[in-house]
Ligand binder design. Sequence first.
Ligand SMILES: NC(=O)c1ccc[n+]([C@@H]2O[C@H](COP(=O)([O-])OP(=O)(O)OC[C@H]3O[C@@H](n4cnc5c(N)ncnc54)[C@H](O)[C@@H]3O)[C@@H](O)[C@H]2O)c1
Length: 432
Amino acid sequence: MDNNRRTLLKTGTAATLAAAVPSILKAQNTPDQIKIGVIGCGGRGSGALAQAMSADPNVILWSIGDAFERGINNAVRVGGRFNERMQAPKERQFIGLDAYKGVLASGVDVVLLCTPPHFRPQHLRAAVEAGKHAFVEKPMAIDIPGVKSVIESAQMAKKKGTAIQHGFCWRYHPGTKQAYEKVLAGELGRVVSIYGTYMLNPVAPLANGEEKPDGMGDVEFQMRHWQNYEWLCGTALVEQCIHTIDKVGWAMNDVAPIAAVANGGRAQRDDQSNLFDHYDITYEYPNGVTAHVGQRQMNGTHSDVTDRVYCENGTMFSPGRCSIKDVSGKTTWRVRPEKGVEDNMYQVCHNEFFAALRAGKIINTGEYMAKSTALGLLGREAAHTGKRIKLEDYWKSEEDQAPDDIQFGDTFPVASLPIPGKERPATKPSRG
Ligand SMILES: NC(=O)c1ccc[n+]([C@@H]2O[C@H](COP(=O)([O-])OP(=O)(O)OC[C@H]3O[C@@H](n4cnc5c(N)ncnc54)[C@H](O)[C@@H]3O)[C@@H](O)[C@H]2O)c1
């Protein structure tokens, strides 16, 4: 792995940032204000920003960073709803690929990392080195070196006493939590099999025939359409269906699978993206348990996002309005939203995060969230190669799919599609 990409900020500004007082101390000493910065302020960054501001009346929007101006405008608009708590003037707004450095140097206590996942390991490492608490959206990486970097960052954060909160939002959903707790408590007997689906329409596909405008570099074009390129999103399996894969891990009590076998392909897409539009994965677990994940992003097809956790004495269905059926098919339990309990999982996530910071309790979910991401990568790799891949072997992968020190104007030809059973093409775009 090239450490350069993820081990940034070792010199110069970095040294200054790294020397910063761990901000938990600041939060405790000045309980009136927790200053937040958003890095990547599109759909999710705006949502996370609003949830962070709603989680605590003294959270201040202090700084904003985005690769493009439209992200800054989003954050200004959403922050503006919180009136005087919007305190990110132009001089603390940063645009471009280095925007994260500006946010980290601006005096924030907490950063919300909500860019496309390609950048997550790099941004998390920089945040930890700068002594900042971080909310980290899923998925955490797009390759194994990235996963390992996230684990290393989490260990560094532990030593520094800074917090990492993850964005696998279903783990915060009160009803879904109740259902998984029942499974994990053994109320249905042993888990024997799982089938989880994430079948929806394509997310932000390239418009038919859309071409890069004259004068725009490949990197800028691909970043503006990041959901279409493996090096940026990790594939639709890793970017979207990772929720389902994370819930497989949850139902299995986060025990690691032994191996994965998978199918995948591209039946409907005919655009310039380099993504499969469907995957079917079997994860092999100890004791003969298998977990199956079906993912699809195709227009005009049946939509289904359901997890079925088959146990000795019944089946649990999730997420959301979860239920349990006994072996005869009779519903024996159904979650009911509890009155007065916050039901918005995104909000619960931020409420817990900021309440813990206030209490001086350091949440650090880095290692687990990295491992959950690795499950998605394992399934992707099994589908792309057509091989049965053991986790212990894949864990040694040094394939670094994320180019370093990219610039908007760079030329990056799109990597070709993998063909299972044949040589897997390098997915790292080569500088043309
Ligand atoms: N937990 C969830 O349910 C959930 C829901 C939606 C998205 N997400 C995750 O959130 C992340 C963002 O997704 P989104 O839907 O908000 O995408 P988006 O395209 O709406 O927003 C991404 C933003 O990041 C900016 N950006 C890109 N590269 C950057 C860089 N290097 N530095 C700074 N800014 C950069 C973009 O300009 C854009 O404003 C993804 O990882 C996605 O999987 C999670």
